[in-house]
Design a protein around this ligand. Structure first.
Ligand code: G3P
Ligand code: MG
Length: 379
């Protein structure tokens, strides 16, 4: 199953002419009184991962804010490129601006599901999985997806769907018609499944996804034999983040969306005796880097071309996503992506560093080393 993702030249979000005024107003409301200054042309820029580089959970890593302040002061372009998500870009950026006490713009931010909006016209009714409450439904709607269901709607429509999950958790954010006389969920045709963020109720989410995969062409409540599905296929499934591990404030890395995927794949293999067919974006996948490079070049003032950008330093904590992604990405513009691995997250000294071009203690040392290398004095 191949999915052609359009280049972001057709994007509503990040498109200067259509959304910038709205975005900057929103940023102003949430983050600070002064919109972030657009950086000036430089031959190099940074892409910063968030979890394990700038933050542990919602706690800033020492030196992170100061480092971003230095780059703002020197007008050096940088992008935040995370496999995290679960909230709208503007909400995340305002939260991050507050946490890192730094003016950040939506125009320098890419999260795991941001590129999904390129698929908004490919599927009219989608099942969105992951995140807290129905936040991801709202994000999908903001992206332009018409009809968005979440597993909670299907659970509320028929509580027998997930005998071990607690319906009360879902009551105040599922579709009002779910489970009512005029139940709008029963018999709905789901065209595709999108995992936007780390699921919170694996039991419910895996059950509902399996029901959709085994259904007649996505029609809820219908059923086919696994051998028929094997022959005819199932509705498309998209994951936004392959991370098996990620780093929060706990001393050991935590299972990420990749762990959920592995669990679902195990169940699907047990049912259908075949691998789950799915498309995944997010770091290390080239589509996410291609998308991120477009956003970074636009933020750095280059339209369409390179804007003088020669090198991007990808500062990350995860060899499997941040390092592998930067090392493996071949930019159509010939921009060189250079992996820089920090020790404040998933990666621990002694682990395989994924052949990172630089290994440093933390984000502050990463930027200091690069500025020296680029012949730029920090003072
Ligand atoms: O769920 C988020 C996690 O997988 C990693 O996020 O910021 O380290 O790419 P980040
Ligand atoms: Mg990380």
């Amino acid at each position: 199953m191949s999915v052609r993702l359009l280049r972001p030249t057709t994007l509503p979000l990040h498109h200067p002419s259509s959304l910038l005024p709205i975005l900057s107003i929103r940023c102003l409301q949430h983050s600070s009184t002064t919109p972030p200054a657009k950086p000036s042309h430089k031959p190099f820029a940074f892409a910063f991962d968030i979890d394990g580089v700038l933050l542990h959970g919602s706690t800033p890593i020492p030196g992170a804010s100061q480092t971003l302040h230095t780059l703002n002061r020197l007008s050096i372009p940088y992008l935040l490129l995370t496999n995290g998500g679960g909230l709208s870009e503007s909400k995340r950026v305002s939260d991050l601006s507050t946490l890192l006490s730094t003016n950040l713009s939506v125009s320098q931010f890419v999260q795991s599901h941001t590129p999904f909006q390129l698929l908004r016209s490919s599927h009219s009714t989608i099942l969105v999985v992951g995140g807290t409450r129905d936040n991801c439904r709202q994000v999908a709607r903001d992206y332009g997806f018409e009809n968005v269901l979440i597993p909670g709607d299907i659970f509320a429509s028929h509580p027998g769907v997930a005998p071990f999950s607690n319906i009360d958790i879902y009551k105040d954010f599922v579709l009002p018609s779910a489970g009512s006389e005029k139940d709008g969920v029963k018999g709905t045709k789901v065209d595709a499944v999108f995992v936007f963020n780390d699921p919170r109720d694996w039991a419910l989410d895996i059950q509902v996804i399996v029901d959709v995969l085994l259904s007649e062409d996505g029609v809820l409540g219908t059923r086919r034999r696994p051998e028929v599905v094997k022959k005819l296929g199932h509705v498309p499934v998209y994951f936004s983040n392959p991370d098996l591990w990620w780093a929060n404030e706990y001393e050991h890395p935590r299972l990420g969306q990749g762990g959920f995927r592995a669990a679902l794949e195990g169940v699907w293999n047990a049912i259908a005796g075949e691998n789950l067919k799915a498309e995944t974006i997010g770091k290390p996948h080239p589509k996410t880097y291609e998308y991120a490079e477009d956003v970074l070049i636009r933020w750095a003032g280059g339209e369409g071309g390179k804007g003088g950008l020669e090198r991007v330093y990808m500062v990350g904590d995860n060899p499997a996503s941040d390092v592998a992604g930067a090392n493996g990405f071949i930019s159509k513009r010939g921009v060189e992506w250079i992996s820089c691995l920090v020790k404040t997250g998933v990666y621990r000294p002694g682990d395989d560093d994924g052949n990172a071009k630089m290994v440093v203690e933390n984000v502050k040392e990463a930027v200091g080393t690069v500025l020296k290398r680029e012949g730029m004095d920090q003072s």
